[in-house]
Design a protein around this ligand. Structure first.
Ligand code: AAO
Length: 512
């Protein structure tokens, strides 16, 4: 009996670690600041046909509108209430998007901002995305409603009311993060409102949540709130499916709070992953690609089953959050493609690809003066839609990394090799490495300043394969390089360090 209960509890907690992606699909893409109408179209025309498993969307709830600076992206991390109208669209558009994406097998994960409401300096009025009145000064949000007794002010023990020291777990949880009004999640009433908001989205068909600012919430409070969540909508998910939960905790070590306090509740963002892999591909601090033979837990990362991994996110691509200058973004396209491809080829973690908008980066003394700039917008501040060019790239300032051929093809690679072990490692003790995934895929990187010219055991069945980096398989031919694997699984690779993309990848479905 005890064993049954134990297994049941274990099963329940593990369930929230499962992204519930469909048909062997694996990777998630963050369509940062996209409009719901554009995401719906993208699911149908691009994400489903190319095997993406799901989309992380920007916060869908009512948020503050800020004019100075002009409509920054981060206004969406300042909730005014749980009405579902935001810069990305209204409730009908949201519902339509969730339905259309689910209908083509692409999951939606909501960025849930539940730690706080807007900043204390947010003023009063109706400058909110659904036009609801609020008063930040008196902590009055009638549209929920929340009032001043629903906030943590009495609990916080710092003079300023702000988090002053990340070494002190109490203040990190009970005080204000950058002035944001900190919700009292220990209160039954507040828990109910937050769970109600999340349940409405679950019932609409979302598959789970990226939970914002989790370090700033007590694990016990989150456990209570997650415990109230409905199972996923059985129109699209099998009965008894728990929502996927991935929690934003920045843990590079050396603070009072660590990621593992949240492992039992869902997956956790592994910020060491992008910070370290960026350092490796940049060859900073004496790092070499050959050292990544033990990539994953061998590098001190969290257990595989707990990790949500990414090369950059919406914060650290512009100097917010953690990771600093090591992070490789679309501003360094060659390194970015290689790092994202390494992540997608490697079995560790649930992988998330960043899809960005461009802004005018202007770094003064290490800080980007334009780190606030919002998505491509019209003069009235409304977000522009995403136009698709003839070559499948995006226009109007949308970067669409997920559409870059190399990244798109590696998302497919990840699906094809899903479940296969990391195998057939090779390195030159410098920055040339190769590894396979069982007999289903093989990838070779040359990040040295000289050519790679070597014969390797790929572990793959003999035949002719199309490299999915320089091109891909189209009909019965390769649009890029061709790799001949012999009957013994060996193949010869030649990669110039001057190639536009100095790496090669083949998989079972790229065989002629
Ligand atoms: C805006 C304005 C503020 C204003 C505020 C209220 O910028 O000036 O006071 O409104 O009016 C986003 C933006 C914020 C924005 C906010 C609200 O990034 O600029 O504030 O919306 O509009 C911490 C949190 C983490 C958070 C991260 C940005 O722990 O949860 O800061 N990320 C999420 C979202 C993010 C959002 C929020 C939370 C709020 O992804 O987009 O903010 O909803 C250490 C700690 C980290 C801490 C960082 C930064 O990191 O460990 O926990 O993240 O500091 O404060 C090394 C260390 C590393 C350290 C890092 C940075 O790398 O190893 O540990 O340095 O110091």
């Amino acid at each position: 009996m005890k064993l049954v209960i134990l297994l049941a509890l274990f099963g329940v907690s593990l369930a929230q670690h499962n992204p519930h992606t469909k048909h062997g699909r694996t990777a998630i893409v963050h369509l940062f600041e996209w409009r719901w109408a554009d995401i719906a179209a993208e699911c149908e025309r691009f994400l489903a046909p190319n095997g993406f498993g799901g989309v992380q969307i920007s916060p869908p709830n009512e948020h503050i509108i800020i004019n100075n600076p002009w409509r920054p992206w981060w206004q969406r991390y300042q909730p005014i209430g749980y009405n579902l109208c935001s810069r990305s669209g209204n409730e009908n558009e949201l519902r339509n998007m969730i339905t259309r994406c689910n209908n083509v097998g692409v999951n939606i994960y909501v960025d849930a901002v539940i730690n706080h409401m807007c900043g204390a300096g947010g003023g009063q009025g109706t400058h909110s995305s659904c036009g609801s009145w609020f008063n930040a000064h008196t902590e009055d949000f009638p549209t929920v409603p929340f009032s001043n007794s629903d906030f943590n002010d009495h609990k916080c023990r710092t003079g300023s009311g702000e988090i002053e020291n990340y070494g002190d777990s109490n203040q990190v949880r009970d005080c204000r993060l950058v002035g944001l009004l900190d919700l009292a999640l220990e209160k039954e009433y507040v828990r109910g409102k937050v769970a109600g908001f999340m349940n409405k989205l679950i019932d609409m068909g979302v598959a789970g949540f990226r939970v914002d600012a989790v370090k700033h919430m007590w694990p016990g409070d989150l456990s209570n709130i997650y415990g109230r969540l409905h199972n996923l909508n059985t129109k699209w998910f099998s009965g008894g499916s728990k929502p996927f939960i991935f929690q934003e905790v920045i843990d590079l070590g050396g603070e009072g709070i660590s990621s593992k306090e949240y492992f039992h509740l869902g997956r956790v963002t592994e910020f060491k992953y992008g910070a370290k892999l960026g350092t490796v591909f940049r060859k900073w601090n004496g790092e070499k690609l050959s050292y990544t033979k033990s990539w994953g837990e061998g590098w001190g990362f969290m257990p595989n089953g707990n990790a949500l991994v990414f090369i950059d996110n919406h914060d650290n691509q512009r100097g917010h959050g953690a990771g600093g200058a090591a992070i490789v973004t679309f501003f360094d396209p060659k390194l970015h493609k290689m790092a994202v491809s390494y992540m997608l080829a490697h079995p560790y973690g649930v992988a998330r690809v960043m899809s960005s908008f461009r802004w005018n980066r202007h770094i003064v003394n290490g800080k980007d003066q334009n780190d606030w700039m919002g998505p491509p917008s019209k003069s009235d501040g409304s977000t522009k839609s995403v136009p698709i060019n003839a070559d499948q790239t995006c226009g109007d300032g949308w970067v669409c990394e997920h559409r870059w051929r190399q990244i798109k093809n590696m998302a497919i690679f990840r699906n094809v090799v899903n479940g296969q072990p990391h195998s057939n490692w090779w390195d030159n003790q410098s920055n040339q490495v190769a590894f396979g995934r069982g007999n289903r895929g093989f990838i070779v990187f040359n990040n040295d300043d000289w050519d790679l010219d070597v014969t390797l055991n790929t572990g793959m069945p003999g035949g002719t394969y199309c490299d999915v980096i320089s091109g891909q398989k189209e009909g019965s031919r390769c649009t890029g390089k061709q790799i001949n694997v012999g009957g013994n699984g060996h193949a010869h690779f030649k990669i110039s360090n001057r190639d536009e993309d100095p790496y090669v990848a083949i998989h079972a479905d790229s065989k002629l």
